[in-house]
Ligand binder design. Structure first.
Ligand SMILES: Cc1cc2nc3c(=O)[nH]c(=O)nc-3n(C[C@H](O)[C@H](O)[C@H](O)COP(=O)(O)OP(=O)(O)OC[C@H]3O[C@@H](n4cnc5c(N)ncnc54)[C@H](O)[C@@H]3O)c2cc1C
Length: 442
């Protein structure tokens, strides 16, 4: 029995799904959003900093100011590798914000409802309906009533996260995938006075890699700090038994995080995830398309998943409005071209390799050169590839100056980075070719 017909059914009602629903509904598309969770609900397994281009999308959706009212802006971001640091500053009027997912997702869901979208929570996709050799709707079950519901639709969007049921049911192939080398554990502490007044904290956000141990500080809503650690997966196995003790011991061993938690208990429980996988998936097929984490999941160390999900939602809405399967294939190929640089950058930043001599040299120079700092901020703005932000000729000059001072150890790092950049650029070229082929087809 068909319960109702929609132009588009979106499975997953969080940052990707709810945002896409807003853009589509504004263009007169009838949209049903379903989510297996009871909403509004927290999503435990994600920290939540959003880069400025993600905030631009929230402004378009109409919830940017609500986020700004709830969270402090983070304009100065300290990146630290083995004690060498650079404070990247976003341009005037640009900042990161780090709202709890419960707040962000609820605001997005409310925005979708305001645009006339139908939203069913506690409603889990159990089967894709097929008609004329294409996906033609969804069968779902409501956990409250135990009732099965069938909705037909011209298009089903999988915005159902990294363990996407839509991807699995549609048989979307995975590529460039690898298992995460790091786990992540974090908790929330009331921001202590020292965070606001201490001279050792002239920044609003922190990410440090000390001898391979990565730790982060994000200022978030409720005047709290999200402080987390990203231990290697193997080390994290033992954290499972007592995450609070393990996290506190880890953060207490770092001179940047220790003073912020000294003598203080976190508010609420420690959250964490050990087993993650990063990938791209085939993005579209007859009657279906994947968006956000469902189609592409990358290292959380660069905190870009939500920003990318929001940007993807806007772009995908345009492809959907074109109304053809081919437009969705083109969207998928363009998604890959866009995503490749940060995917590989995340892979490098999250790797278990310790920061090397070249990292130290680059941070030292970037910290001294305002123009390069500005360019680094453009990477977080999605305007510049991290592999292009310093021309190789300039790095070469820095390396030669070090070599002339007898510091030869930087040479192997320099050549390794060069090989990596050419591999990544090769992958980007390959994905551009696939996009060009898609664009050339009728
Ligand atoms: C440890 C960790 C830290 C992270 N930190 C950051 C960060 O600081 N900044 C950042 O930008 N990104 C971060 N990310 C990435 C970010 O969480 C994701 O990119 C983002 O949540 C993707 O949003 P989404 O809407 O695509 O999927 P999700 O947020 O995962 O939402 C998917 C929704 O689909 C629903 N769903 C799933 N299956 C079904 C089904 N069968 N039927 C109905 N509904 C279903 C789920 O209930 C869920 O509500 C982090 C990720 C991890 C793992």
């Amino acid at each position: 029995m068909v319960n109702k017909k929609f132009d588009v059914v979106i499975v997953g009602a969080r940052c990707t799904g709810a945002t896409l629903a807003v853009y589509l509904a504004r263009e007169g598309v009838s949209v049903l959003l379903i989510d297996k969770d009871e909403l509004p609900g927290d999503q435990v397994l994600s920290t939540h900093t959003i880069h400025p281009p993600g905030i631009d999308i929230l402004d378009e959706v109409g919830i940017g100011n609500a986020i700004r009212e709830a969270c402090p802006p983070s304009r100065i971001i300290r990146l630290n590798k083995n004690g060498n640091s650079v404070d990247v500053m976003h341009a005037e009027g640009r900042a990161e914000y780090c709202p709890r997912r419960k707040r962000l997702d609820r605001l997005l869901q409310e925005a979708a409802l305001k645009e006339g979208v139908e939203l069913l929570d506690r409603t889990r996709l159990i089967k894709l309906e097929i008609g004329n050799d294409r996906v033609a709707g969804v069968r779902a079950i409501n956990s409250n009533t135990n009732q099965e519901l069938v909705f037909t639709a011209g298009l089903v969007v999988g915005a159902d996260g990294r363990h996407s049921s839509v991807a699995q049911m549609a048989g979307a192939a995975e590529y460039l995938a690898y298992d995460a080398p790091r786990a992540m554990y974090w908790a929330y502490w009331n921001a202590p006075e020292i965070w606001k007044t201490g001279s050792q904290y002239p920044f609003d956000m922190y990410q440090g890699n000390t001898s391979g141990d990565i730790r982060v500080i994000f200022q978030t809503d409720y005047n709290q700090l999200l402080i987390g650690s990203l231990p290697p997966v193997e080390k994290a196995q033992s954290w499972r038994f007592d995450p609070l003790r393990s996290l506190i011991a880890d953060l207490s061993s770092d001179p940047v995080t220790a003073p912020l938690i000294e003598g203080l208990s976190p508010d609420g429980k420690v959250r964490g995830t050990i087993k993650e996988r990063y990938f791209f998936r085939q993005g579209a097929g007859p009657g279906w398309v994947l968006a956000g984490d469902a189609g592409h999941h990358k290292e959380f160390v660069i905190g870009d998943g939500i920003t990318e999900a929001l940007i993807q939602a806007k772009r995908l809405s345009k492809a959907i409005l074109e109304g053809s399967d081919m437009a969705l294939v083109k969207w998928w190929r363009a998604r890959d071209v866009e995503a490749m640089p940060l995917f590989y950058f995340g892979q490098d930043e999250g790797s278990l390799k310790q920061p090397g001599h070249l990292d130290k040299l680059v941070l030292k120079h970037v910290d001294k050169e305002p123009e390069l700092k500005k360019k680094l901020a453009l990477v977080m703005e999605h305007k510049l590839s991290p592999f292009d932000f310093i021309p190789a000729s300039i790095v070469m000059k820095w390396v030669m100056a070090d070599v002339l001072r007898g510091r030869f150890s930087v040479i192997p790092d320099f050549f390794a980075k060069g090989r990596r950049a050419s591999f990544v650029n090769g992958q980007i070229k390959r994905s551009r070719k696939l996009l060009a082929e898609a664009n050339a087809s009728i």
